[in-house]
Every structure is written in C-alpha cells, then in structure tokens.
Design a protein around this ligand. Structure first.
Ligand SMILES: [Zn+2]
Length: 264
C-alpha cells in the first residue's frame, strides 16, 4: 500500500479514537462530571463497558448496538460522533498535509465538534433548559488558539484582535436584544465560542462566520422551531457557528475571493 494511503488510514483511526474521547466529553462536561473517572458504563444498567467493546465503531458493531449486560439500546449517536471525528481529521490531513497547520486544525475541529454537538445534544435533552457549550471548549480553546498563533498564520496580533472581535460580534447584539426585548436571545456560550474561533482564525473570518451562521441558523433554525411547535425553543446556534467555521477552514480561498473581490 502506498505510504500516503497508509498514513491517511492511520489519521482516520486517530480521529476515531479522539471521537470516542469526545463522546465522553460530550456526556460529562455539561454535567460537570470528571472526564477521567469513572470508566465508561452502560447508562441503563451501569455495567462497566469491556475494553474491547470500547473500540471506536468496532465495539458498536460487535455489540450490534445493544448493551452486553442488559440488552438496552446503545444510542447510534456514539458511533456517529466517532465517524464524524474520523472523517473530519482525515479531511484536515488531506487539505493541510504534513504540517503544523494540520495539528492546529485537528485541535480546532475537535473543539468545534465538542462545542457544536454538546450544544445540540443538550438542547434536545429534557435534563437541560437550553443548549450548553462548556467553557472547556471555548475559554480553554481560546487560550490554545492564541498559543498556536505565535507559530502559525494569522499571527498573534490578528489572533488577539480576532478573539476580541469574535466576542463583541455576538455580545453587542445579545446586549441590545436583552435591553430591548427584555429576554435572553443569545447564550453566553455562543459568544465565547465566537471568541475562540477568532483566536484561532484571526479577525477577518469573524465577519464571514457570524454572517454564515446567521444564514445557516435561519435556514435550519426556522424548520426546527416549527417542528418543535414551540416559539420559545432555543435553537442550538452554537452548532451553526461551528458549521460555518468548519466551512471556512476548508473553503477559505473561495470565501475570501467572494467577500473581498477587489483582492483578485
Ligand atoms: Zn446495560
């Protein structure tokens, strides 16, 4: 097998393993539980999951989607999160090759997946009042984004301005909305997520991502509200921000030409 194919396969498997870890983070961070202890167990019968059933994707297939001990159904979202993370890691590697940018975007995509998926899963979970985006991804991620900018594009100045621009781009509308409508429109998690994105990508993409997420939000959010039959249903806006940021990293050149045509 050519080395490149082998390497791509290896990256995909690494992505699956990180996806498996992401499942733990998604389940535990919004509940403020430890992410290292205790080991994974069946949410229905509490039996500890055997290590060979914990292998990403393969474990789910071996178990045919059911707990070995109680026969309870295992949610299909676990293998889907693993698969999605594996595919995203592979796409990052195929785009950025063997470079520091691949490492940077592995981390960035992992944080976006964590933030976006936790937001949408907690929004759908009756245990929570609305979608939650844990600070670990956003505030922790912003620090990591700034650190990467010492050694990668867009550089530390743009990264710091980006973090501020990201924060303000959603804080200002949220503040105005609250002032005039006297109710919460945008969660603090969304604002911190946009700050993290600015720290990773610099200030220029912030405008596109705010704009892009608003478009995705109105395309997908409106049907969601209608489906839920609840006009106060809080759409998981963090998910749309994360999707817009992922689109940006893969189509940066095309988007920039579209937004700043005089640069051509
Ligand atoms: Zn069980």
């Amino acid at each position: 097998m050519p080395l490149f194919v082998l390497l791509s396969l290896y990256i995909f498997v690494i992505g699956l393993v990180f996806g498996s870890f992401l499942n733990v983070l998604i389940a535990r961070l919004p509940r403020e539980l430890s992410v290292v202890y205790p080991p994974s167990s069946c949410p229905q019968c509490g039996h500890r999951i055997r290590f060979y059933h914990n292998i990403p994707l393969i474990g789910f297939i071996l178990l045919k989607g059911r707990c070995r001990d109680c026969g309870g159904k295992i949610s299909v979202k676990y293998p889907l999160v693993e698969l999605l993370t594996g595919v995203m890691f592979l796409l990052v590697f195929l785009k950025f090759g063997i470079s520091l940018y691949t490492l940077k975007y592995f981390v960035f995509v992992f944080l976006l997946l964590g933030a976006g998926l936790t937001d949408v899963f907690t929004a759908a979970d009756p245990e929570f009042e609305c979608g939650i985006i844990p600070d670990t991804y956003t505030l922790g991620g912003a620090v990591v984004g700034v650190l990467f900018s010492f050694v990668t594009y867009p550089g530390i100045t743009s990264s710091l301005i980006g973090a501020a621009a990201g924060f303000l781009s959603l804080w200002v509308p949220a503040f105005l909305y609250k002032k005039f409508r006297r109710q919460e429109g945008m969660g603090g998690g969304d604002i911190k997520l946009m700050m993290m994105i600015g720290a990773f990508l610099g200030y220029i993409p912030v405008y596109f991502i705010v704009f892009g997420s608003a478009i995705i939000g109105s395309l997908l959010g409106l049907p969601l509200v209608i489906l839920k039959k609840d006009k106060n249903y809080m759409i998981p806006f963090g998910l749309f921000i994360a999707v817009a940021a992922v689109v940006y990293i893969f189509f940066e050149a095309q988007i920039m030409n579209l937004m700043l045509p005089e640069r051509l």
